[in-house]
Design a protein around this ligand. Structure first.
Ligand code: NAD
Length: 262
């Protein structure tokens, strides 16, 4: 299937590692040019170098997306290099784990800034030009927590629901302009973030991180964690020309973990 991504420009947020990096790899394999950003310059350059060695056109900006004006700076860097942005993938690191009583108001505000405000501000940066060209793709990386809350992740469970509400509403507002807005919900997928989570939960429950992973795998109908590449394939399809009539959806990539009907 030709995804029609040749010559498109994708801004992939938080893309030095994990799911963001896998999405960048998949989009560049389909011929898209890439604007990558993340906090750590070294990991970002390593990821960009790997992509360039395969012939990809890549621009990078090391930046904390929660800093004032960061979304604008990333979008400007993309436009300076490539002239336009066709595809936006919003993403950021996960908020800290823990139950309700573990978090003060400051932690809640930081999580809102990380998960909701970064997605809103990045969308604000790209929408005017997408509307003008009457073509665009906005895809938010959220979590299975939106469909079924995950124990010990109250910040993620709460704030990603707000991202979903924003995206569902925005999808209808911009549909007449040929812009689609969708969310892709990773289940347990083998990235650095998940290793950290396993360690935190292991500490809480007095077991090893490996035992935590085994427990997760026993809850997944496929009895294994996902690979970032499997997640990225879904994002690349939604970003493609072929997904032109799919908007306002939240699609899980979780090996069957969410037990609901929809
Ligand atoms: P990861 O820790 O492997 O990678 C996170 C990336 O985000 C890194 O490139 C990091 O530099 C960047 N980043 C973090 N905070 C940033 C900031 N403030 N500004 C700019 N860049 C920032 O994480 P991952 O597993 O790829 O997860 C990505 C997102 O998906 C997270 O929000 C995570 O909670 C969510 N998620 C992941 C899983 C999973 O199993 N991997 C499951 C559900 C949800």
């Amino acid at each position: 299937m030709d995804l029609g991504l040749q010559g498109k420009v994708a801004l992939v947020a938080a893309s030095s590692k994990g799911l963001g990096r896998a999405v960048a790899e998949e989009l560049s394999a389909e011929g898209a040019s890439l604007m990558l950003c993340a906090r750590g310059a070294d990991a970002l350059e390593e990821t960009a170098g790997g992509l360039r060695s395969k012939g990809a056109r890549v621009e990078t900006l090391a930046i904390d997306l929660t800093a004032a004006g960061a979304a604008e700076q990333v979008a400007d860097a993309a436009r300076n290099r490539f002239g336009q942005i066709d595809i936006l993938i919003t993403n950021a690191g996960g908020p800290p784990p823990g139950p309700f009583e573990a978090h003060n108001l400051e932690t809640w505000r930081a999580a809102v800034s990380l998960l909701l405000e970064t997605a809103v501000d990045l969308a604000r940066q790209v929408l005017p030009e997408m509307k003008e060209r009457r073509w665009g793709r906005i895809i938010n990386i959220t979590s299975i927590a939106v469909k079924q809350p995950v124990d010990n992740l109250i910040l993620s469970n709460s704030i990603r629901a707000a991202v979903t509400g924003m995206a569902r509403t925005l999808a209808n507002e911009v549909a007449p302009f040929g812009i689609t807005v969708n969310n892709v919900l990773p289940g347990y997928t083998r990235t650095e973030r998940v290793v950290e989570l396993a360690e935190a939960l292991g500490k809480r429950d007095g077991i090893t991180a490996q035992d935590v992973v085994k427990r997760w795998e026993s809850e997944i109908p496929m009895h294994r964690m996902g690979e970032p590449k499997e997640f990225a394939a879904c994002v690349a399809f939604l970003a493609s020309e072929r997904a032109s009539f799919i908007t306002g959806t939240s699609i899980t990539v979780d090996g069957g973990w969410v037990k609901g009907l929809l």
